[in-house]
Ligand binder design. Structure first.
Ligand code: ZN
Ligand code: ZN
Length: 275
């Protein structure tokens, strides 16, 4: 059996629809998260979203999920301290999760953010989570990326299979111009899940988009369409306002015609290992 990834959530931090939003969004999206199911049987979550409870239920129900496991997952890796990426850690507290000592891989900056804030600190002090600064000998490595540093720094994750880079998970980025290594990081992976929050600067009325910078889809298509033969580029972290999330929208057709994949909750990608 090979290595698999399941996109547990393909939405921006607030999901789609967002809280209090009556309009229907199709398809609905939970906040960004990915499960890696390694060929050795290890299962790791990339990001702990506020929707983790139903996301992990979907993971447990997947035909790819192995039977008779002691822990439901083996570790959680967190990219940064924005709500959509770590709020789900609360479910590892005494009120909920049946496991203890779940390894939490994150940057030292993120771990000290947790230690400085109750009730996050108690998840560590009570041994519910075992905070571990990211170790670069791991098969999952972190890559620093520019993204507004309100509570912590931000990383992307590179997942290796047989010591070769396979998956890049990059849910949040300010813009491609401020990340010089961006193109080389995309091209060295077989699969890259990349920030596709917004298509245009006017899609969220009343918000100053300069304060919530993200790459825009037309720019991402233009820059990286030449990579799509070599790297499967998957657009994720899609904001509820982004027409990309609607399969029938012009921007969605343009992205697909340029060779990109648009993520949806449940999207599964397999890496078949040659024995
Ligand atoms: Zn985010
Ligand atoms: Zn963020």
């Amino acid at each position: 059996m090979g290595t698999n990834l399941i996109v547990l959530g393909s939405g921006q931090d607030g999901g789609a629809p967002q809280l209090g939003n009556r309009s229907s969004v199709s398809p609905a999206r939970s906040a960004s998260s990915v499960a890696i199911l390694g060929s050795s049987g290890a299962i790791v979550l990339l990001d702990a979203s506020p929707d983790i409870r139903l996301q992990v239920k979907a993971l447990l129900d997947s035909p790819l999920y192995p039977e008779n496991r002691e822990r439901f997952i083996d570790a959680v890796c967190v990219t940064h301290a924005h709500m959509g990426h770590y709020a789900g850690l609360l479910h590892f507290g005494a009120e909920a999760a049946a496991t203890r000592e779940t390894p939490l891989f994150a940057t030292e900056c993120f771990l000290s953010f947790m230690e400085g804030n109750e009730h996050w600190a108690s998840l560590l002090s009570q041994g519910r989570l075992r905070g571990t600064p990211i170790d670069h000998n791991l098969a999952i490595k972190s890559i620093p990326v520019p993204h507004r540093e309100e509570h912590s720094d931000t990383v992307a994750f590179s997942v290796e299979v047989r010591r070769e880079p396979w998956l890049l998970y990059l849910p949040d980025l300010d813009d491609w111009d401020t990340w010089e290594a961006g193109e080389s990081q995309l091209s060295r992976h077989d699969v890259a899940l990349i920030d596709a929050s917004f298509s245009s600067l006017d899609e969220v009325p009343g918000r100053d988009m300069a304060a919530i910078r993200h790459p825009l889809i037309p720019d991402t298509i233009q820059r990286f369409r030449h990579l799509t033969e070599e790297t499967q580029l998957i657009l994720t972290h899609i904001n509820h306002s982004n027409p990309l999330g609607d399969d029938t929208a012009v921007i969605a057709h343009q992205a697909i015609a340029a060779g990109f994949t648009i993520a949806h909750d449940g999207l599964t990608i397999s890496f078949e290992e040659i024995p």
